[in-house]
Design a protein around this ligand. Structure first.
Ligand SMILES: [Fe+2]
Length: 200
């Protein structure tokens, strides 16, 4: 059993459906739980990409888009302070706060190989797709003098085929995540570049 396996498949309470914390409160939680600015930025980037995807590709209403954003914003909130209990701590905190079960399930399924929770709905599948790729694309931006300016999809595809670049990013997870959706990798990469380039 992987060290981070959650050992369960249901999260939160359906009675809390639609119960979301304000985005400002989520930012406050991040500021308290995640001193590492780079890690905070990662979560903000995933949140921006998730929110934009919900609105532009899934025609989500405001509440649904906020669910996607909140899941992105909090998915690694416990990583820095509780690396050995990653995911379990933030899940328990959100359950304590009576947050919407879909948001909690989405966070719980963002790494099926680690947490042993399968992505179910589109929101779950997309956070799994975006998480590693978002970090990978940001790593690629950081080594470019012009950062995101002029970055193209082809250069990212090439780096993905270079195992030594951002070696900690698991290519198998990216392949597995993409196999669960119907959007080609090229389109996902372009979307991530466009939506996270201005996040601060
Ligand atoms: Fe992440």
């Amino acid at each position: 059993m992987p060290v981070h396996a959650l050992g369960r498949n249901t999260f939160g309470d359906v009675a809390n459906t639609g119960n979301l914390m304000p985005i400002e409160e989520a930012h406050q939680l991040l500021n308290e739980w995640v001193p590492n600015e780079r890690l905070r930025l990662h979560m903000k980037q995933v949140a921006a990409v998730m929110k934009a995807w919900a609105i532009e590709k899934e025609q989500a209403d405001e509440l649904t888009a906020r669910k996607w954003e909140l899941a992105g914003l909090l998915h690694d909130a416990d990583w820095e302070k509780h690396p050995d209990a990653h995911c379990r701590i933030i899940i328990e905190e959100l359950e304590r706060r009576n947050i919407d079960p879909e948001v909690i399930h989405c966070i719980a399924s963002h790494g099926p190989r680690y947490f042993e929770v399968e992505p179910q709905n589109t929101m779950d599948k997309m956070i799994y797709v975006f998480d590693e790729l978002s970090g990978f694309i940001h790593a690629a931006a950081l080594i470019r003098p012009t950062r995101y300016e002029g970055m193209d999809v082809k250069s990212i595809l090439k780096k993905l085929k270079t195992p030594s670049f951002a070696a900690q990013v698991n290519r198998d997870d990216i392949t597995d995540a993409l196999a669960r959706i119907n959007t080609p990798l090229e389109e996902i990469i372009q979307f991530i570049i466009d939506k996270q380039k201005d996040v601060q």
